[in-house]
Write a protein that binds this ligand. Sequence first.
Ligand SMILES: [Zn+2]
Length: 402
Amino acid sequence: MSSINIHRAKWVLPIVQPPIENGAVAVANGKIVRVGTYDNLKEKGIQGKTIDHGEGVLMPALVNAHTHLELSALTGLKADNFVAWLKQVIEGKFSLHETIRKSAERLSYQILKQTGTGLIGNIKNSPEAAPASEVKEVSFFEFLGFNKETAIKRWPIWEEYLKKYPEALPAAHAPYSVHPAFLQKIKQIADERKQIFSIHIAESEAEVEFLLSGRGPLYDLLTEKGFWAEDFTPPQRRPIAYLASLGLLSPRTLCVHCVEVNEEDVSTLQKCGAKICLCPRSNAYLGLKDAPWPLFKKSGLLLCLGTDSLASNTDLNLFNEMVFLLEKNAFSASELLEMATWRGSLALGQGNYFGTMFPGAHADLLFIPLPNKTTLSALAETVIYTGAKGNIRWVEDGTTAG
Ligand SMILES: [Zn+2]
């Protein structure tokens, strides 16, 4: 039988249950065995070596549910508006040398690890296997092709990649960059594979204008780049209603951004049970609106967090994403910690295996030292601010297996 380590700390934050004072987590083979008070674990006869981490909190590593590490070299983009930025990304990607792309990507994995992230949802346009990294990854292979002829040409290559990597999940870029017939085909494949389908949706006013009228800056960009689809009829619907009309919303749909969302859209999302990934600092970076946080907060929808890429964010530190929302009074500190851990795991189709301390979950654990007199009521907020300052340490034992 494998040996058990009992990690004790002043506080344990299991996420799926309230914080435990004088808490302990029993770990074997890189998996959580049991969580409770230290005394309780001892009473239950859990035998093992005790590692006392002292004043501070043990918590699951973070889950960054939406990023694009392949864009890591495109830092410092500045644009007056969303569509001008998008144009810079398209051009930057085409001219990016593979060596530079890959070295920036590798650095991003290291930074994610240093800032406490244990699992990422990573969007890829250049499908390839996830590199050996200490950060676990759910890869999304993203399809792009608004013009039908282009989409038909690209489709077999994309489908081949998905077959080659059965664990990779299907993603569509956005409603203005994927032909509607192909949006439906991608979702169909995701459903056949019982996998999560991800799409950027309702991110900008330009997207709303484009879907309502077929005109505006996105139409101008598509025509300029030769991507326009002659057979496209504007659906005259807002983004969420458009996805619903194509049958793309289901509990296995991960809607990324959801900024341009009204009450009716929220009720559509609720009916379909779709999941939402908020990327608030990316939205702010691009001068977009805030997502309707109060509506989402009371909706009961599954909410998780992503940094998006370094092309639209200053860093990939998910603690900073929480600080941003905390300072906007959008959510409570406890809600944010749940969004940045367990909810991300659920949104990526990883169930209770990440971001929690359920027995059997991966023991990817962080220790965050806290001031001696941290009270229960201040705990979650103190954890977020201390984590954002980089004052974190990985519990090494937790990642040795599994
Ligand atoms: Zn994105």
